[in-house]
Design a protein. Structure first.
Length: 288
């Protein structure tokens, strides 16, 4: 594997050279293409296990590597997080039962399997390795007809990500990104998850910095051209608190209210921010 050619900042954040952007473009495009190909797979009656099997086949077909298979013992090519699962939902596992739910009593029924039901919303998160570079992205999908509150949650989460990306440019700080996202989400009466964050990446899966989706303007490291990282806000319809289940992966909302997430891998350029994981089909948002 080719060694990094860039330098490290005092905060341990790698600054990549211009030539290294191309590797991230290839990896990011494959992750985005796979997520595009998941669109017709999501429907009531489909299992999350079947979707994950299809994703693994797509990765292998492309001659790439799944970054998540074998990562800390994880054995799937994706994370699929349904309804009140915030992140790291395990494909093929029973969808956790919901508690008292203010959004839809019809969704309270205990799941005995991983079958999607009409009205479910879900996040699919995929990370691939292409020629040593990591492409990491996630987006929301809808099975059947969603509730208006779920659609609003999806819209606010999508827009919060794009506001964060618009803030990401040289001279700004990571605190500026988090504050912009938090302000927008809370203005819409929702909450930003604080237990999970974005991260640096490149020729490694996770690296500095931690990219918080809340914070104070002007705090944190200053953004410089050549930084690669993810922005991936998780937004809850209710409170921000989360609970990790006994499988030690699945994180759910503490109040069992709905959650949504969108994620892009980005690189800081001389004038702004390049998104490496743009949808080739322009279908990053599930209703656009």
């Amino acid at each position: 594997m080719e060694k990094h050619r860039g330098r490290l900042t005092s905060d341990g954040i790698r600054i990549h050279e211009a030539a290294e952007f191309e590797g991230m473009r290839r990896a990011g495009r494959l992750a985005a293409e796979i997520l595009d190909r998941c669109i017709p797979l999501v429907a009531p009656g489909v299992t999350t296990g079947a979707i994950d099997a299809a994703i693994q086949a797509m990765v292998e077909e492309a001659g790439a590597i799944s970054a998540t298979i074998g990562y800390r013992g994880y054995q799937h090519a994706s994370c699929i997080s349904v309804n009140h699962v915030v992140c790291h939902g395990i494909p093929g596992a029973p969808i956790p039962a919901r508690g008292k739910e203010t959004v839809s009593r019809s969704l309270e029924k205990r799941r005995a399997d991983d079958v999607l039901r009409d009205g479910d919303i879900l996040n699919i998160d995929v990370t691939v390795v292409v020629d040593g570079w990591y492409g990491d992205s996630s987006r929301m999908y809808i099975a059947g007809t969603p509730l208006p509150a779920a659609l609003n949650l999806i819209q606010v989460t999508h827009d919060a990500l794009m506001i964060g990306i618009e803030t990401a440019r040289p001279g700004m700080t990571f605190g500026d990104i988090g504050a912009a996202i938090q302000t927008y989400v809370e203005k819409n009466g929702m909450s930003v998850v604080r237990d999970f964050c974005g991260h640096g990446l490149g020729r490694v899966f996770h690296a500095p910095p931690n990219v918080l989706h809340y914070g104070r303007p002007g705090t944190g490291a200053t953004l410089e051209e050549g930084m690669f990282f993810t922005i991936e806000p998780m937004v809850n319809l209710g409170r921000a608190e989360t609970v990790v289940l006994m499988d030690e992966w699945t994180a759910v909302t503490a109040d069992r209210n709905l959650s949504a997430q969108f994620e892009h891998s980005v690189g800081i350029t001389a004038t702004g921010c390049e998104i490496f994981t743009q949808s080739p089909a322009d279908r990053f948002h599930p209703t656009y």
